[in-house]
Ligand binder design. Structure first.
Ligand SMILES: NC(=O)c1ccc[n+]([C@@H]2O[C@H](COP(=O)([O-])OP(=O)(O)OC[C@H]3O[C@@H](n4cnc5c(N)ncnc54)[C@H](O)[C@@H]3O)[C@@H](O)[C@H]2O)c1
Length: 439
């Protein structure tokens, strides 16, 4: 099929490359000149394992092109995917849907009457109906608009796109359903569940899923708060409750909480939309989920202060900047928030990350960074593990102990082998655990 993918960020670039891998003819449209030229030159503008190789391969096959704007070639497309951002509006919890509105206005002159428009961005329920009205006003035709939420996870984005655990589409008409079934045929042939529903349900599926995941993380972080004052161990607690299949052990590791470009803004946008619909109280609990999540960040600062006293002039090395390993995404990253809180408390903070330090320097110039782990750790009064990169999990604690001023590490992700670090002379404090008592 001939398709366009509009907006080539973490979601859109991955989707465009995945669609080209499946054999479709893809036109990628990207407004940001730097991202566009990177992609045109065969470079993925962000860190995502496996994606650079896949981009080189589809470019060589010749079934993907990248452009700044639509042109007459877009008129040949049977399907247009909307993948632009829906960030949190400044000063509000609501999502900013203006990029979607601009994208459909720009698409309208190139939209064939039978072509389908599939929204993939995460949106407040009701957005698709607004976009359909805007498209109808611009084209004079009733659009074939569907909603097709995306569940990929950064770090495994390509694999998640090619082998998703389910595909959900919200449709209003048979023609759109036929086109959507066709574009995903080679995936559904492998047995992937294909759920066809109405549009509001499809819009809600994504925010409901993210709200559930955020709730699960904040639930175990709330248990960690209790564990910390009662001498219990939240890691063992998670393991014990996780054996119950109805609970499950995934997303049940306590630590400094969730971040990134999705979960935090999605639960806030959900609260804002529910309020607009007059049912705000149905998701009032998400405010607590958000608050628990943010409290874990300041807990790290409390722990470092408890250990070192006044932080003024103390060197604290923050290990990790990205919101999760195998990503360079710093949006709402707990690691960055912890680094900023420590700095505000007077510490001399140095941030290390295997991949994203250029992004840190660009976006957070007030934070000092160091690319070499050993240099970053040298003379540190404390290390804080904020992102559980493999490099930190596999680091040799004895080698690090030799260069720090004080062998103290706060494990903000419960990712380190406690005994190994303790045996190398470290005082290790893990969130939600009394590790000294348990060893
Ligand atoms: N990042 C993820 O893991 C993920 C997963 C599932 C869903 N989502 C959702 O997907 C959407 C996009 O997320 P993202 O992380 O890719 O955001 P992003 O900010 O990385 O990417 C959005 C891209 O769209 C481009 N853009 C904006 N307006 C445009 C226009 N009119 N024409 C062409 N390009 C335009 C921007 O320049 C940017 O490169 C959001 O709604 C997000 O919630 C993201």
């Amino acid at each position: 099929m001939k398709i366009t993918v509009i907006g080539l960020g973490y979601l859109g670039a991955t989707h465009a490359i995945a669609m080209a891998e499946l054999g479709h003819d893809v036109i990628g449209i990207e407004a940001n000149p730097q991202r566009l030229s990177d992609l045109q030159n065969g470079k993925v503008p962000f860190y995502e394992p496996g994606l650079p190789e896949a981009l080189v391969s589809v470019l060589a096959k010749g079934n993907i092109v990248f452009k700044a704007d639509h042109d007459s070639e877009s008129l040949e497309a049977d399907l247009h995917f909307l993948c632009v951002g829906t960030p949190q509006l400044p000063g509000s919890y609501a999502a900013n849907t203006e990029y979607l509105h601009s994208a459909v206005q720009a698409l309208a002159p190139y939209l064939r009457e039978d072509a389908v428009v599939a929204g993939k961005s995460t949106v407040p329920v009701g957005t698709s109906a607004e976009l359909a009205l805007a498209l109808q006003a611009a084209t004079g035709n009733r659009p074939h608009l569907v909603w097709n939420p995306e569940f990929l996870r950064e770090g495994t984005a390509l694999e998640d796109s090619l082998r998703p655990d389910r595909i959900v589409i919200g449709v209003n008409d048979e023609h759109s359903e036929t086109v959507m079934r066709k574009v995903y045929e080679s995936i559904t042939d492998l047995g992937t569940p294909f759920i066809v529903t109405d549009i509001p349900t499809a819009e809600l599926v994504k925010v409901a899923a993210n709200s559930f995941l955020a709730t699960k993380i904040s639930f175990i972080n709330a248990m960690a708060e209790i564990a910390e004052v009662s001498g219990a161990d939240a890691v063992q607690l998670a393991q014990a409750i996780g054996y119950d299949e109805r609970i499950g052990n995934k997303f049940l590791r306590n630590g400094i909480g969730f971040g990134g470009g999705c979960l935090p803004k999605d639960i806030r946008a959900f609260m804002a939309r529910a309020d607009e619909l007059g049912v705000g109280s149905a998701v009032d609990f998400l405010a607590d989920i958000d608050a628990i999540n943010l409290r874990r960040r300041s807990r790290v600062v409390d722990l470092v202060t408890q250990e070192l006293g006044d932080l003024t002039g103390k060197k604290v090395t923050v290990l990790g900047a990205a919101f999760k390993p195998d990503s360079d995404d710093l949006r709402d990253s707990p690691a960055i928030a912890v680094a900023q809180l420590l700095q505000a408390a007077g510490a001399n903070v140095v941030v290390h990350d295997p991949i994203s330090l250029d992004q840190v320097n660009l976006n957070y110039p007030a934070l000092a960074t160091e690319q070499d782990l050993m240099v970053a750790a040298t003379d540190a009064d404390a290390l804080v593990l904020a992102t559980e990169w493999r490099e930190y999990r596999e680091a040799d604690p004895a080698v690090l102990a030799a260069v720090v001023a004080n062998a103290l590490i706060i494990d903000g992700r419960n990712a380190l082998a406690v005994e190994r670090w303790q045996n190398a002379g470290w005082r290790l404090i893990a969130l939600g655990r009394n590790v000294e008592a348990s060893i």
